[in-house]
Write a protein of this length. Structure first.
Length: 192
């Protein structure tokens, strides 16, 4: 018997619907035909390298193949970007990985992203907020929803990374010059 189109997938990929595909390809909803560049994007393999500045852990994440997110790899990313203070793991928005991938492409570097902060539990967020109210820690940070990450790109100027992130116009972008990192998230477009 053939599998119903409504049955659960049993492979290790997460399919991308048409809207996600168009968004991932940067084409927007107004596009009526798929451009050749979009077809190339749908067949590519997307890989990110990470090093966690607090734990020393490293991860090479092949998180998307042929337009499909790789479920096993996304679980590894969720664990890698866990709240390192509490050990709590949370789902990370795959679109956040796409933002990092696009930054890597724009920077023309395959170097590791240095992770300063990924997911933050409510407890950790409250503690960080309490330590320094002037630090820019929001009451309900998007880090708490798995929608934000604070990074550097190894060997790449952080001020330039900030400008590249703003050029994407795909969420919030903050530049923390004194701590030398860039915040990117998949929330509304805003800059600081």
């Amino acid at each position: 018997m053939g599998q119903s189109p409504h049955s659960a997938r049993t492979d290790s990929t997460v399919p991308v619907n048409r809207r996600q595909f168009l968004r991932r390809c940067g084409l927007g909803v107004a596009v009526t035909a798929i451009a050749p560049a979009a077809l190339a994007s749908a067949t590519e393999t997307r890989t990110l390298n990470f090093v966690h500045t607090h734990t020393g852990e490293k991860l090479r994440a092949v998180y998307s193949k042929s337009g499909c997110y790789q479920a096993d790899c996304l679980q590894q990313v969720n664990h890698f970007l866990r709240d390192f203070r509490t050990g709590e793991v949370h789902t990370i928005d795959p679109a956040l990985l796409d933002v990092l991938y696009d930054l890597q492409v724009l920077a023309d570097r395959e170097a590791a992203f240095q992770i300063i902060s990924g997911y933050r539990s409510p407890l950790t967020n409250a503690q960080l907020r309490g330590k320094s109210k002037s630090s820019g820690v929001a009451t309900h940070s998007l880090h708490m929803d798995g929608l934000a990450v604070d990074v550097r790109l190894s060997g790449f100027d952080t001020a330039k990374l900030h400008k590249l992130a703003m050029s994407l116009q795909r969420g919030g972008v903050g530049y923390y010059r004194d701590s030398d990192f860039v915040h990117v998230d998949t929330g509304r477009v805003r800059y600081w």
